[in-house]
Write a protein that binds this ligand. Structure first.
Ligand SMILES: [Zn+2]
Length: 154
């Protein structure tokens, strides 16, 4: 059985996302976690086996060279380079929503997974009158104008 290796960027720790297999991040990502929530998430994933690992210098060099060729060099941070390099080193899948990282990853052949697409979607319903536009707690008939109150996604 192939165990999937996942490399997580900082935004992973700012939300609630699923992760499977062997999970990794870089020391530079941990440096970016300053609030209680993301630090708490880091603790939680550490207890589940998250490994903090630095990329190899060779990996960083390859990423830098590629980012220069794709003109993404100006917009990717040192942390981004580390993440891409670590994903290269480990043959892992990079979990990120950052477009510049995804751009460079494609050229490097590093697979990426978008965080927002995997996020357990929380649905917030709203009820609004189709006649007068008044918001309501529930559907039914509008007490003001009598038109139908419809449920819609926030
Ligand atoms: Zn109404």
């Amino acid at each position: 059985m192939v165990i999937m290796r996942a490399v997580l960027d900082a935004s992973f720790f700012f939300g609630e996302y699923p992760a499977e297999g062997e999970i990794f991040t870089t020391p530079s990502v941990i440096d970016e976690l300053r609030d209680i929530r993301s630090k708490g998430n880091f603790e939680k994933w550490s207890a589940r086996g998250l490994k903090v690992q630095s990329p190899t210098e060779e990996g960083q060099k390859r990423v830098n060279a590629t980012a220069q060729s794709t003109k993404d060099y100006a917009v990717i941070s040192g942390t981004d380079v580390d993440l891409l390099a670590l994903a290269l080193d480990l043959g892992g899948v990079l979990h990120t929503d950052d477009f510049a990282i995804q751009n460079v990853a494609i050229v490097l052949g590093v697979p990426t997974v978008s965080l927002s697409q995997r996020k357990a979607r929380r649905v917030h319903w709203k009820f609004r009158c189709s006649g007068c536009g008044r918001y309501s707690e529930k559907d039914g008939e509008c007490p003001v104008c009598g038109a139908a109150i419809k449920r819609k996604l926030k």
